[in-house]
Design a protein around this ligand. Structure first.
Ligand SMILES: [Zn+2]
Ligand SMILES: [Zn+2]
Length: 264
């Protein structure tokens, strides 16, 4: 790779449904990355449930081959880009996920596993999804279930890289949906997930997206990163960009985060 540091988490227009129609294309990111001298990895959402059931999903009907072809074409010109996917974990689709990994892990430079929803239609990473979920299920249980499913994902060893391990706190925190008294929102359980990553030799993302939410911290927090690093964890850094402006502003933070990692 041409540059020394890499932003591992970019979402593009047309491939991730949570990017606006006038959002960034591969090329838009590439031009800025070249100027700012940082390697980039495209990490669009690959959610098997929607890939199989939703005809409007960009990856429906082998769209992944077009995705890879597009990125490969850019790779012929630019030597600082990586092809990747942020693959959603589903407890009841482990076999299909393993098959997918067998088929594609060699085709892609980087695959990160993540959890946004474990009950279809109730993503905990959107405000609307979480509030509808909270109308059905008590907060304590939602949080506990998040950690249970995350534990399963990590122990399944399907993925070698895990994205935003405590993203359940994107909206559940003192600045937004205040945790109920019976909820366990301690760092300890995030550290326990990180320890499982260490045990299973998985890399952990330092995801910068929390900086744009009222929680104003990375996922996981710097204190958790410090603790886990001292116990032997490996990390990668992702801005989780969905727009060009945001990406541009995050580059210096990505660099700072790698520096931080080197000083702890
Ligand atoms: Zn994500
Ligand atoms: Zn993402």
């Amino acid at each position: 790779m041409k540059f020394s540091l890499t932003d591992f988490h970019l979402h593009t227009r047309g491939w991730s449904s949570d990017v606006a129609e006038d959002g960034p294309s591969f090329e838009d990111y590439i031009l800025i990355a070249e100027e700012q001298q940082i390697n980039i990895c495209f990490l669009d959402h690959y959610e098997l449930y929607y890939v199989e059931n939703d005809k409007t999903n960009p990856f429906y009907n082998s769209g992944i081959d077009d995705y890879l072809e597009e990125i490969d074409t850019f790779k012929e010109t630019y030597d600082f880009i990586l092809s990747g996917l942020e693959v959603e974990y589903y407890e009841d689709k482990e076999i299909q996920l393993m098959e997918f990994m067998d088929d594609y892990k060699k085709e892609l430079d980087f695959i990160g596993g993540s959890i946004h929803e474990w009950i279809i239609g109730y993503p905990i990473t959107t405000k609307n999804g979480l509030s509808r979920f909270l109308e059905k299920i008590p907060m304590k249980q939602i949080i506990d279930d998040y950690f249970k499913v995350s534990t399963k994902m990590i122990n399944s060893q399907i993925f070698k890289n895990i994205c935003h391990i405590d993203t359940i706190f994107r909206y559940i925190n003192n600045n937004e949906f205040e945790p109920t008294e019976d909820s366990d929102v301690s760092d300890d359980r995030v550290i326990d997930l990180g320890r499982l990553c260490i045990k299973n030799k998985l890399k952990i993302e330092i995801n910068l997206s929390g900086l744009k939410f009222p929680i104003k911290r990375t996922f996981p927090s710097k204190n958790v990163v410090k603790q886990l690093k001292s116990e032997g964890a490996s990390f990668f850094v992702g801005s989780d960009s969905h727009s060009l402006d945001y990406f541009e502003n995050q580059i210096s933070k990505v660099i700072e985060t790698y520096l931080f990692l080197n000083t702890i």
